[in-house]
Design a protein around this ligand. Structure first.
Ligand code: GTP
Ligand code: SPV
Ligand code: MN
Length: 605
């Protein structure tokens, strides 16, 4: 394809976009270029083509209308953290928690991989905006990809298409350049595979240029570049520079029986319960939860001094296994409306999907690996990180404020992780700086959301370890400064939760899911000065009787164990925190050392 061919009939006069597309086309050499409109006709063409190549299987329209099943290559099932780079100009700015390479060296390397990588394929040009098109400063991006699967998924996950391109053109707007290729060119006459990808993978952010280069993977966070790459890694750098926060957080609206509304944001690591909490069906009478977002929150201090949050996304990309009518009835209702893509789950003979934990176990099915599966099979039917991709607008409990570009003022931030021991069900930070300390030392067992070992405890600060686009020491400093530069009394109160503490037999102490509404109730009652707490070395835990356990099926002993602060367990935690902080050297804000000293003193160390 020549440069002029690449730009024939381009539906924009935006020179930056034209140059970006031309240069990429010259390098990647696609057979065709398709400018995405986001229309229904385009969706039908794309999904028909994906059915044609075997990437998609159309689900039974009577059960899941306009919905599709996809199975990835078994080597392409999750984010690849060891292949993810922050290529800042200075190595110091990537910090000790990110992979780094000198930007020009990375570009040379990747230009080699990109050279001719789209031969035999179509390059899709996806104009998109993260957040509202009507925002004061709309956050534009253009993703160029050779994957129809990614293009279809981007239509669900982000506001995209002609209306976005028109606005970008009108404003001559700056945008994030997002390059993506599955790295599987087709020679003349070569047949395609259902899930093209490459053994070599790179997920690269150039923070100063606000650019993303991704290669070799078609999977979610590696390939839908508006999500983790833009809305977290690049946006966190913008947020540092401009004084706001880009966080791996859900946003929910909680209404009490008296009609009092509170907005809560919560940061839990990947596959640790954000989607479930965001769509919670409360078990306590009269309380109502509405959803605003399940994965990403952009938060700015408003003129009123409060922290206002928006969800920049347009869809839900949720963990499938474990989702069912009990754990997440609202997610079930959302996906049952159709218009969804299911990746790496099982396919039933009726043309429906199934996964571990879902009701109505089928007598037989096709596993995500394409093999026959029955309930007696040794292997799981679905990959542990299999996902549903569904429009957020289909969620019955979507809060109307979702459509407000100003967002919602956050009353409480919850940090949380997956810990078998040590961390109680809920406790409250002493103040903003202590809350920042809790976030900075957040720990969790690793999950299948990233390639690698599962169940290993690691520090995952603010649930952002894989997503901080700069030096994590500076990131902690940015959090500390948010409390200093603003009226801390107006900022959200900070809490820490753990739904995953275990008893001696390995069972969960706390029933979780809808019962988590009891914890949310305690949180908002703390904010309103109604719920009592006991001061402990780690913070404020619910005073006996202050957590609403009316009708809860749990022994008093189990409840006590779930809430317990075990000084010996916490003492054992200290060397790990110390070692974690030492990684950052002089880049760690000294107030965090002061917080650690305070904790040690309170523990009697
Ligand atoms: P990402 O989309 O990867 O960022 O993850 P997420 O935080 O949205 O995770 P999600 O809500 O999908 O949680 C996934 C896992 O956590 C599933 O295995 C759930 O069953 C489990 N989970 C969620 N909430 C609870 C809970 O309250 N208790 C227990 N025991 N498990 C839970
Ligand atoms: C996560 O891993 O935190 C996700 C899924 O939300 S992905 O979009 O693939 O990153
Ligand atoms: Mn996530």
């Amino acid at each position: 394809m020549t440069a002029t061919e690449a730009l024939t009939d381009a539906p924009t006069t935006h020179q930056g976009i034209l140059d970006f597309v031309r240069e990429a086309a010259e390098l990647m050499k696609p057979d065709r270029i398709h400018w995405c409109t986001g229309s229904d006709e385009e969706w039908i063409e794309l999904t028909d083509a994906l059915v044609g190549t075997g990437t998609f299987t159309r689900l039974n329209p009577a059960i899941k209308p306009n919905s599709f099943y996809a199975a990835s290559d078994p080597i392409d099932v999750a984010r690849v953290e060891d292949r993810t780079y922050i290529c800042s100009v200075n190595e110091r700015d990537a910090g000790p928690t990110n992979n780094w390479m000198e930007p020009s060296q990375m570009k040379d390397l990747m230009r080699g991989l990109y050279d001719g990588c789209m031969r035999g394929r179509t390059m899709y040009v996806i104009p998109f905006v993260m957040g509202h098109l009507e925002a004061e400063h709309p956050m534009f991006g253009v993703e160029l990809t050779d994957s129809a699967y990614v293009t279809a998924s981007m239509r669900v996950m982000a506001r995209m298409g002609s209306h976005v391109l028109e606005r970008m053109t009108e404003l001559n707007a700056p945008f994030v350049q997002a390059l993506h290729s599955v790295g599987h060119p087709l020679a003349e006459g070569q047949a395609d595979v259902a899930w093209p990808c490459n053994d070599t993978k790179y997920i690269v952010q150039f923070p100063e240029e606000r650019a993303i280069w991704s290669y070799g993977s078609g999977y979610g966070g590696n390939a839908l570049l508006g999500k983790k790459c833009y809305a977290l890694r690049i946006a966190s750098v913008m947020a540092r520079d401009e004084g706001w926060l880009a966080e791996h957080m859900l946003i929910l609206k909680l209404t009490s029986p008296q009609g009092v509304v509170k907005y809560i944001a919560a940061a839990f690591p990947s596959a640790c319960g954000k989607t479930n909490l965001a769509m919670l069906a409360p078990t306590i009478p009269g309380w109502k939860v509405e959803t605003l977002g399940d994965d990403i929150a952009w938060m700015r201090v408003g003129e009123d001094g409060r922290l206002w949050a928006v969800n920049p996304e347009y869809g839900l990309f949720g963990v499938a296994p474990g989702t069912n009518e009990h754990t997440n009835p609202n997610a079930m209702r959302t996906i049952n409306k159709g218009n969804s893509v299911f990746t790496n789950v099982a396919l039933t003979p009726e043309g429906d999907i199934w996964w571990e934990g879902l009701e109505n176990t089928p007598a037989q099915a096709t596993s995500w690996k394409g093999e026959p599966w029955t309930p007696d099979s040794e292997e799981l039917s679905s990959h542990a990180n299999s996902r549903y991709c569904t429009p957020i607008k289909q969620c019955d409990i979507l809060a109307p404020e979702y459509d407000d570009p100003r967002g919602v003022p956050i009353d409480a931030i919850l940090f949380g992780g997956r810990r078998k021991t040590t961390i109680p069900l809920v406790f409250e930070a002493r103040d903003w700086t202590h809350g920042t300390f809790l976030g900075a030392t957040l720990s969790s067992e690793t999950t299948a959301a990233a390639v690698g070992a599962v169940g290993v405890v690691r520090r995952d600060p603010m649930a952002m370890l894989p997503f901080i686009g700069y030096n994590a020491g500076d990131y902690f400093g940015h959090w500390v400064n948010m409390g200093k530069d603003n009226d801390a009394a107006k900022l959200p109160r900070i809490f820490y939760v753990n739904w995953f503490r275990r008893d001696e037999d390995g069972g969960f102490l706390w029933p979780g899911f809808g019962e988590n509404s009891r914890v949310l109730k305690w949180v908002v009652e703390r904010i309103d000065g109604q719920a009592a707490a006991v001061e402990t070395p780690i913070g404020h835990v619910p005073a006996p009787g202050s957590l609403d356990v009316d009708g809860l099926d749990m022994t008093p002993e189990a409840l006590e164990a779930a809430l317990a602060v075990d000084v010996e367990e916490w003492k054992a935690e200290i060397p790990q925190i110390q070692e974690w902080f030492e990684k950052f050297g002089d880049d760690l804000p000294t107030v965090l050392w002061t917080e650690l000293d305070g904790l040690k003193a309170r523990l009697g160390l």
